[in-house]
Design a protein around this ligand. Structure first.
Ligand SMILES: Nc1nc2c(ncn2[C@@H]2O[C@H](COP(=O)(O)OP(=O)(O)O)[C@@H](O)[C@H]2O)c(=O)[nH]1
Ligand SMILES: [Mg+2]
Length: 291
Protein backbone atom coordinates (compact mmCIF):
# COMPACT_ATOMS: atom_id res chain seq x y z
CA UNK A 1 0.00 0.00 0.00
CA UNK A 2 1.60 3.14 -1.24
CA UNK A 3 0.38 5.55 1.38
CA UNK A 4 1.26 3.09 4.12
CA UNK A 5 4.71 2.70 2.69
CA UNK A 6 5.31 6.45 2.65
CA UNK A 7 3.98 6.71 6.20
CA UNK A 8 6.27 3.91 7.35
CA UNK A 9 9.27 5.56 5.79
CA UNK A 10 8.31 8.74 7.54
CA UNK A 11 8.13 7.00 10.91
CA UNK A 12 11.46 5.36 10.24
CA UNK A 13 13.05 8.63 9.29
CA UNK A 14 11.61 9.97 12.53
CA UNK A 15 13.77 7.52 14.48
CA UNK A 16 16.88 9.28 13.25
CA UNK A 17 19.23 6.65 14.58
CA UNK A 18 21.54 5.21 12.00
CA UNK A 19 22.27 1.83 13.54
CA UNK A 20 22.11 -1.57 11.85
CA UNK A 21 18.48 -2.08 12.89
CA UNK A 22 17.56 1.18 11.21
CA UNK A 23 18.94 0.15 7.83
CA UNK A 24 17.42 -3.32 8.08
CA UNK A 25 14.02 -1.78 8.76
CA UNK A 26 14.49 0.59 5.84
CA UNK A 27 15.28 -2.37 3.59
CA UNK A 28 12.17 -4.25 4.78
CA UNK A 29 9.98 -1.24 4.11
CA UNK A 30 11.40 -0.84 0.62
CA UNK A 31 10.65 -4.51 -0.10
CA UNK A 32 7.11 -4.13 1.26
CA UNK A 33 6.73 -1.09 -0.97
CA UNK A 34 7.35 -3.41 -3.93
CA UNK A 35 10.81 -2.27 -4.87
CA UNK A 36 12.04 -5.86 -4.89
CA UNK A 37 14.81 -7.41 -2.81
CA UNK A 38 17.72 -6.34 -4.94
CA UNK A 39 16.75 -2.73 -5.41
CA UNK A 40 15.77 -2.46 -1.73
CA UNK A 41 19.22 -3.67 -0.72
CA UNK A 42 21.00 -1.36 -3.16
CA UNK A 43 19.03 1.64 -1.95
CA UNK A 44 19.47 0.93 1.76
CA UNK A 45 23.21 0.29 1.25
CA UNK A 46 23.51 3.57 -0.58
CA UNK A 47 21.57 5.40 2.13
CA UNK A 48 23.87 3.83 4.72
CA UNK A 49 26.93 5.00 2.81
CA UNK A 50 25.69 8.49 2.19
CA UNK A 51 24.24 8.87 5.68
CA UNK A 52 27.79 8.42 7.02
CA UNK A 53 29.32 11.13 4.89
CA UNK A 54 26.53 13.68 4.52
CA UNK A 55 24.94 13.12 7.96
CA UNK A 56 21.32 13.99 7.14
CA UNK A 57 19.98 16.09 10.02
CA UNK A 58 16.29 15.92 9.54
CA UNK A 59 13.74 13.34 8.53
CA UNK A 60 13.19 15.30 5.36
CA UNK A 61 16.91 15.17 4.45
CA UNK A 62 16.65 11.40 4.48
CA UNK A 63 13.45 11.32 2.47
CA UNK A 64 15.10 13.55 -0.11
CA UNK A 65 18.12 11.27 -0.16
CA UNK A 66 15.98 8.18 -0.88
CA UNK A 67 14.05 10.20 -3.46
CA UNK A 68 17.24 11.16 -5.27
CA UNK A 69 18.42 7.55 -5.27
CA UNK A 70 15.14 6.44 -6.85
CA UNK A 71 14.93 9.35 -9.22
CA UNK A 72 17.24 8.12 -11.98
CA UNK A 73 15.35 4.81 -12.14
CA UNK A 74 12.11 6.38 -13.33
CA UNK A 75 11.54 8.37 -16.50
CA UNK A 76 8.67 10.23 -18.09
CA UNK A 77 7.15 9.83 -21.55
CA UNK A 78 6.02 13.02 -23.27
CA UNK A 79 2.48 12.33 -24.50
CA UNK A 80 2.05 15.43 -26.65
CA UNK A 81 0.90 14.98 -30.24
CA UNK A 82 2.24 16.47 -33.45
CA UNK A 83 -0.03 19.10 -34.91
CA UNK A 84 -0.19 17.91 -38.46
CA UNK A 85 0.28 14.17 -38.51
CA UNK A 86 -1.89 11.19 -37.66
CA UNK A 87 -0.67 9.34 -34.56
CA UNK A 88 -1.58 5.77 -33.61
CA UNK A 89 -1.54 4.60 -29.99
CA UNK A 90 -1.75 0.86 -29.50
CA UNK A 91 -3.07 0.12 -26.02
CA UNK A 92 -1.86 -3.24 -24.70
CA UNK A 93 -2.24 -5.16 -21.47
CA UNK A 94 -3.75 -8.25 -19.86
CA UNK A 95 -7.50 -8.48 -19.17
CA UNK A 96 -8.96 -6.19 -16.55
CA UNK A 97 -6.03 -3.80 -16.14
CA UNK A 98 -8.10 -0.92 -17.51
CA UNK A 99 -7.26 -0.66 -21.22
CA UNK A 100 -10.72 0.24 -22.48
CA UNK A 101 -11.40 2.68 -19.65
CA UNK A 102 -8.02 4.32 -20.25
CA UNK A 103 -8.76 4.67 -23.97
CA UNK A 104 -11.98 6.52 -23.13
CA UNK A 105 -10.11 8.79 -20.70
CA UNK A 106 -7.37 9.49 -23.22
CA UNK A 107 -9.95 10.22 -25.90
CA UNK A 108 -11.37 12.95 -23.71
CA UNK A 109 -7.91 14.16 -22.68
CA UNK A 110 -6.92 14.73 -26.33
CA UNK A 111 -10.35 16.01 -27.38
CA UNK A 112 -9.89 18.74 -24.78
CA UNK A 113 -6.70 19.72 -26.62
CA UNK A 114 -8.78 20.14 -29.76
CA UNK A 115 -7.67 16.85 -31.32
CA UNK A 116 -9.90 14.70 -33.52
CA UNK A 117 -9.81 11.27 -31.92
CA UNK A 118 -10.90 7.96 -33.43
CA UNK A 119 -11.38 4.75 -31.44
CA UNK A 120 -10.49 1.42 -33.07
CA UNK A 121 -12.24 -1.62 -31.62
CA UNK A 122 -9.46 -4.15 -32.24
CA UNK A 123 -10.39 -6.24 -29.21
CA UNK A 124 -12.56 -8.38 -31.43
CA UNK A 125 -12.27 -11.44 -29.24
CA UNK A 126 -15.26 -10.58 -27.04
CA UNK A 127 -18.45 -9.04 -28.40
CA UNK A 128 -18.86 -7.19 -25.10
CA UNK A 129 -15.53 -5.44 -25.63
CA UNK A 130 -16.73 -3.84 -28.85
CA UNK A 131 -20.00 -2.78 -27.17
CA UNK A 132 -18.11 -1.34 -24.21
CA UNK A 133 -15.95 0.82 -26.47
CA UNK A 134 -19.01 1.91 -28.42
CA UNK A 135 -20.75 3.11 -25.26
CA UNK A 136 -17.72 5.29 -24.53
CA UNK A 137 -17.62 6.56 -28.12
CA UNK A 138 -21.26 7.64 -27.90
CA UNK A 139 -20.79 9.36 -24.55
CA UNK A 140 -17.67 11.14 -25.72
CA UNK A 141 -19.10 11.98 -29.13
CA UNK A 142 -16.06 10.32 -30.62
CA UNK A 143 -15.89 8.33 -33.86
CA UNK A 144 -15.34 4.58 -33.65
CA UNK A 145 -14.29 2.02 -36.24
CA UNK A 146 -15.43 -1.52 -35.53
CA UNK A 147 -16.13 -4.79 -37.24
CA UNK A 148 -18.04 -7.80 -36.14
CA UNK A 149 -17.04 -9.94 -33.19
CA UNK A 150 -14.27 -12.38 -34.13
CA UNK A 151 -12.92 -10.39 -37.06
CA UNK A 152 -9.22 -9.79 -37.64
CA UNK A 153 -7.84 -7.01 -35.37
CA UNK A 154 -5.38 -6.06 -38.11
CA UNK A 155 -8.24 -5.43 -40.46
CA UNK A 156 -9.92 -3.11 -37.92
CA UNK A 157 -6.65 -1.18 -37.62
CA UNK A 158 -6.38 -0.96 -41.40
CA UNK A 159 -9.92 0.43 -41.69
CA UNK A 160 -9.33 2.87 -38.84
CA UNK A 161 -6.14 4.30 -40.34
CA UNK A 162 -7.59 4.57 -43.83
CA UNK A 163 -10.65 6.36 -42.53
CA UNK A 164 -8.71 8.67 -40.18
CA UNK A 165 -6.35 9.63 -42.98
CA UNK A 166 -9.27 10.47 -45.26
CA UNK A 167 -10.79 12.70 -42.56
CA UNK A 168 -7.47 14.15 -41.46
CA UNK A 169 -8.00 13.10 -37.88
CA UNK A 170 -5.22 13.40 -35.30
CA UNK A 171 -5.18 10.31 -33.13
CA UNK A 172 -6.31 6.69 -33.27
CA UNK A 173 -6.60 4.86 -29.95
CA UNK A 174 -6.50 1.12 -30.62
CA UNK A 175 -8.14 -1.18 -28.08
CA UNK A 176 -6.63 -4.67 -28.03
CA UNK A 177 -7.54 -8.06 -26.58
CA UNK A 178 -6.10 -8.98 -23.21
CA UNK A 179 -5.86 -12.63 -24.14
CA UNK A 180 -2.75 -11.93 -26.19
CA UNK A 181 -0.68 -12.42 -23.09
CA UNK A 182 1.57 -15.20 -24.24
CA UNK A 183 4.60 -14.29 -26.22
CA UNK A 184 3.78 -16.24 -29.37
CA UNK A 185 0.23 -14.86 -29.65
CA UNK A 186 1.46 -11.39 -28.97
CA UNK A 187 4.19 -11.59 -31.55
CA UNK A 188 1.84 -12.98 -34.15
CA UNK A 189 -0.94 -10.44 -33.61
CA UNK A 190 1.33 -7.48 -33.21
CA UNK A 191 3.59 -8.14 -36.13
CA UNK A 192 0.45 -8.18 -38.30
CA UNK A 193 -0.71 -4.88 -36.82
CA UNK A 194 2.81 -3.45 -37.15
CA UNK A 195 2.93 -4.25 -40.83
CA UNK A 196 -0.46 -2.67 -41.43
CA UNK A 197 0.40 0.51 -39.54
CA UNK A 198 3.70 0.89 -41.40
CA UNK A 199 2.08 -0.07 -44.70
CA UNK A 200 -0.35 2.81 -44.25
CA UNK A 201 2.60 5.18 -44.01
CA UNK A 202 2.67 5.80 -40.24
CA UNK A 203 6.29 6.14 -39.11
CA UNK A 204 7.75 5.11 -35.74
CA UNK A 205 7.48 8.62 -34.32
CA UNK A 206 3.72 8.53 -34.80
CA UNK A 207 3.14 4.95 -33.73
CA UNK A 208 3.41 4.22 -30.00
CA UNK A 209 2.84 1.07 -28.02
CA UNK A 210 1.62 1.51 -24.48
CA UNK A 211 1.36 -1.17 -21.84
CA UNK A 212 -1.37 -0.64 -19.27
CA UNK A 213 -0.48 -1.92 -15.81
CA UNK A 214 -2.83 -2.21 -12.84
CA UNK A 215 -0.88 -0.57 -10.05
CA UNK A 216 -2.56 -2.72 -7.40
CA UNK A 217 -0.92 -5.87 -8.75
CA UNK A 218 2.60 -5.03 -7.66
CA UNK A 219 5.10 -7.68 -8.75
CA UNK A 220 2.71 -9.05 -11.37
CA UNK A 221 3.03 -5.84 -13.29
CA UNK A 222 6.73 -6.43 -13.63
CA UNK A 223 6.36 -9.86 -15.22
CA UNK A 224 3.68 -8.46 -17.56
CA UNK A 225 6.00 -5.65 -18.60
CA UNK A 226 8.84 -8.11 -19.19
CA UNK A 227 6.66 -10.38 -21.31
CA UNK A 228 5.17 -7.63 -23.46
CA UNK A 229 8.50 -5.89 -23.83
CA UNK A 230 10.10 -9.10 -25.10
CA UNK A 231 7.39 -9.52 -27.70
CA UNK A 232 7.15 -5.90 -28.84
CA UNK A 233 9.28 -3.02 -27.83
CA UNK A 234 7.10 -0.90 -25.60
CA UNK A 235 7.28 2.87 -25.80
CA UNK A 236 5.67 3.71 -22.50
CA UNK A 237 3.62 2.52 -19.54
CA UNK A 238 0.24 3.64 -18.26
CA UNK A 239 -0.40 2.97 -14.60
CA UNK A 240 -4.08 2.50 -13.68
CA UNK A 241 -6.00 2.27 -10.39
CA UNK A 242 -3.49 4.49 -8.71
CA UNK A 243 -6.39 5.75 -6.56
CA UNK A 244 -6.73 2.41 -4.77
CA UNK A 245 -4.10 0.70 -2.68
CA UNK A 246 -1.39 1.27 -5.21
CA UNK A 247 2.00 -0.34 -5.00
CA UNK A 248 3.85 2.27 -6.99
CA UNK A 249 7.21 0.84 -6.01
CA UNK A 250 6.85 -1.78 -8.75
CA UNK A 251 7.12 1.04 -11.26
CA UNK A 252 10.56 1.90 -9.98
CA UNK A 253 11.59 -1.71 -10.55
CA UNK A 254 10.16 -1.72 -14.06
CA UNK A 255 11.96 1.53 -14.71
CA UNK A 256 15.24 0.08 -13.53
CA UNK A 257 14.94 -3.28 -15.25
CA UNK A 258 13.40 -2.36 -18.56
CA UNK A 259 14.00 1.37 -18.95
CA UNK A 260 10.43 2.05 -20.06
CA UNK A 261 9.17 5.57 -19.36
CA UNK A 262 5.78 6.25 -17.82
CA UNK A 263 3.22 8.25 -19.77
CA UNK A 264 -0.01 8.43 -17.77
CA UNK A 265 -1.51 7.57 -14.41
CA UNK A 266 -5.17 6.60 -13.99
CA UNK A 267 -6.73 7.63 -10.70
CA UNK A 268 -10.38 6.58 -10.86
CA UNK A 269 -13.28 5.52 -13.02
CA UNK A 270 -14.43 8.81 -14.52
CA UNK A 271 -13.14 10.29 -17.76
CA UNK A 272 -11.30 13.03 -15.94
CA UNK A 273 -9.22 10.55 -13.95
CA UNK A 274 -6.14 10.41 -16.15
CA UNK A 275 -3.01 12.50 -15.75
CA UNK A 276 0.33 12.73 -17.50
CA UNK A 277 2.89 11.10 -15.22
CA UNK A 278 4.45 13.57 -12.82
CA UNK A 279 7.71 12.03 -11.67
CA UNK A 280 8.38 14.49 -8.90
CA UNK A 281 4.95 14.05 -7.37
CA UNK A 282 5.17 10.27 -7.73
CA UNK A 283 8.49 10.09 -5.89
CA UNK A 284 7.33 12.50 -3.19
CA UNK A 285 4.36 10.25 -2.47
CA UNK A 286 6.49 7.13 -2.59
CA UNK A 287 8.92 8.32 0.06
CA UNK A 288 6.22 10.03 2.14
CA UNK A 289 7.10 13.65 1.42
CA UNK A 290 3.41 14.35 0.78
CA UNK A 291 0.39 13.01 2.64
N1 LIG B 1 -10.47 2.73 -9.46
C1 LIG B 1 -10.07 2.64 -10.73
N2 LIG B 1 -10.66 1.73 -11.53
C2 LIG B 1 -10.25 1.65 -12.81
C3 LIG B 1 -9.23 2.49 -13.33
N3 LIG B 1 -9.04 2.14 -14.63
C4 LIG B 1 -9.91 1.14 -14.89
N4 LIG B 1 -10.64 0.82 -13.80
C5 LIG B 1 -11.67 -0.23 -13.66
O1 LIG B 1 -11.09 -1.50 -13.96
C6 LIG B 1 -12.07 -2.36 -14.53
C7 LIG B 1 -11.54 -2.96 -15.83
O2 LIG B 1 -11.39 -1.95 -16.78
P1 LIG B 1 -11.40 -2.20 -18.36
O3 LIG B 1 -11.10 -0.89 -18.99
O4 LIG B 1 -12.63 -2.89 -18.79
O5 LIG B 1 -10.15 -3.20 -18.50
P2 LIG B 1 -9.58 -3.94 -19.80
O6 LIG B 1 -10.01 -5.37 -19.71
O7 LIG B 1 -8.08 -3.84 -19.70
O8 LIG B 1 -10.10 -3.23 -21.00
C8 LIG B 1 -13.32 -1.50 -14.73
O9 LIG B 1 -14.21 -1.78 -13.68
C9 LIG B 1 -12.80 -0.08 -14.66
O10 LIG B 1 -13.78 0.82 -14.20
C10 LIG B 1 -8.61 3.46 -12.44
O11 LIG B 1 -7.70 4.23 -12.80
N5 LIG B 1 -9.08 3.48 -11.17
MG1 LIG C 1 -11.22 -3.94 -22.63
Amino acid sequence: MLKGFGAKLKALFGMNTFDEKYFETLEDFLIEGDLGAKLAMDISDEVRKQAKSTKPKTQQDLQLLVKSLLSDKVSTFDPSLDDDALTVFLILGVNGVGKTTTIAKLAQYYQKQGKQVLLAAADTFRAAAIDQLEVHATRLDCRIVKQKHGSDPGSVVYDAITSAQARKEDLILVDTAGRMHNKENLLRELSKIDKIVKGRGIDAVHYKKFLVIDSTTGQNGISQAELFNQAVSLDALILTKYDSLAKGGALVQIGEKLHIPIAFVGTGETYRDVHPFDKDEFLDTLVGLTD
